[in-house]
Design a protein around this ligand. Structure first.
Ligand code: SF4
Ligand code: SF4
Length: 381
């Protein structure tokens, strides 16, 4: 966590400038309360009289950056109070990703996350290309491919290498994400997690992106005007990702338990899931990236831009190269397309706990805590 300006946290730790500014903003908002119907952040804020670092990390991850309170605020710049809630909560959010990262030393990967993601992507692609050249015939990357079961994909990267590399990296990332979530939960108040009602409420809010609906008219995505585009693009990205994951899972079951190895015909379940998911992921990531580039930058945090762009572009690369593998799988270009796709997937697996991907984990935790502490929420939905 960068500590450009020092203060004293509750546990005697120094605090960042963003944390100090977030506390000031919450204290002003708690007196003002004009925005209390805007989202879940303000009702959660109103339950508190003091704001420790855990409270601010919770509120920061409960904020989804709709920017509504920035355009509505009478104390926003150029007012002397200079209140900019979305920006300062996004800055705290970015710092919280590093604070909860495990192992601790890898928290530094958040410092220049855009560069880290670019290097991981390049490294992943180079690794898979070298693996293919080292383990298979040298012409395998460029020769025509067979669509016979068990051939094609495994001619480029052997089955064992593909499974082991994917399992080890994905398994490590799941452990790191789980530890990060446990740290977040403990720091933001702890308590029992397995209460069905709040869990279901949080799952419903996350699955429907309730708060991105802004009560029906949507969010301030690029400027003061309202639209629901961001909500739909986020749906396309998230559900596209889940469909791609489902495609891989179904293919694994086919291969391991039904002795039916890839490649599969177009009208098979894994290919249909992967195609629909890949198209959704492509449109969602491209659209969200466009909003990042063209929207008003005043309510946004500069220290999150690299992480935002890095993850969106990596997911876009995974989706586009996955669709290319499908389109080119019977041609001589399949070897290179598959290697680039697997390299991008490898980079994604490796960086899951050290990229903006953790947003989903901590936001889910914040939604659960919100459902636990305020089951009868009165804010608009
Ligand atoms: S963002 Fe501005 S208008 Fe909204 S509650 Fe805070 S101080 Fe009041
Ligand atoms: S930016 Fe949106 S979600 Fe975040 S505090 Fe303001 S109104 Fe709530």
């Amino acid at each position: 966590m960068p500590k450009t300006e020092m203060g004293e946290a509750g546990m005697g730790e120094t605090e960042s400038a963003a944390m100090l500014e977030a506390r000031r903003a919450m204290e002003v908002c708690n007196a003002c309360r004009y925005c209390e119907g805007y989202c879940a952040v303000f009702p959660a804020m109103e339950l508190r009289r003091e704001f420790g670092t855990g409270d601010l990390n919770y509120l920061a991850n409960l904020c989804h950056g709709c920017q509504g309170c920035y355009y509505a605020c009478q104390y926003a710049p150029p007012h002397a109070f200079g209140i900019n809630v979305p920006r300062v909560l996004a800055e705290v959010r970015a710092e919280s990703y590093a604070q909860y990262a495990w192992p601790d030393k890898l928290a530094r990967l958040y410092e220049r996350n855009g560069l880290v993601m670019a290097l991981a992507t390049a490294g992943g692609i180079a690794f898979v290309l070298l693996l293919a050249l080292a383990l298979q015939r040298h012409d395998v990357l460029f020769g025509p491919q067979s669509l016979a079961p068990g051939a094609g994909f495994y001619n480029v990267v052997p089955y064992g290498a593909m499974v082991w590399t994917g399992s080890v990296t994905f398994g490590f990332s799941l452990v790191a994400l789980a530890i990060g979530f446990a740290r977040f939960w403990r720091d933001t108040g702890g308590g029992r997690l397995a209460q069905p009602r709040p869990l279901l409420q949080a799952l419903r809010d996350a699955a429907t992106l309730k708060y991105l609906g802004g009560g029906g008219h949507g969010c301030n995505e690029r400027d003061e005007s309202f639209s629901t585009h961001r909500r739909w693009l986020h749906h396309l990205m998230a559900y596209g990702f889940l469909l791609c994951f489902a495609a891989t899972s179904v293919a694994t079951v086919y291969d391991h338990f039904l002795a039916w190895p890839a490649p599969y015909p177009f009208f098979s379940l894994p290919v249909l899931l992967g195609t629909i998911g890949g198209i959704g992921l492509t449109i969602g990531c491209a659209g969200l990236f466009w909003f990042k580039l063209t929207g008003d930058q005043a309510p946004r945090a500069r220290n999150l831009l690299g992480a935002d762009a890095g993850l969106l572009l990596l997911l876009l690369l995974v989706a586009v190269t996955g669709l290319l593998v499908l389109a080119l799988r019977a041609t001589g270009a399949m070897g290179v397309a598959l290697s680039v796709h697997l390299g991008a997937v490898l980079a994604l697996f490796l960086t899951l706990p050290y990229s903006k991907f953790v947003h989903g984990v901590y936001r889910m935790g914040a939604l659960v805590r919100h459902a636990v502490e305020r089951p009868e929420a009165t804010h608009r939905s």
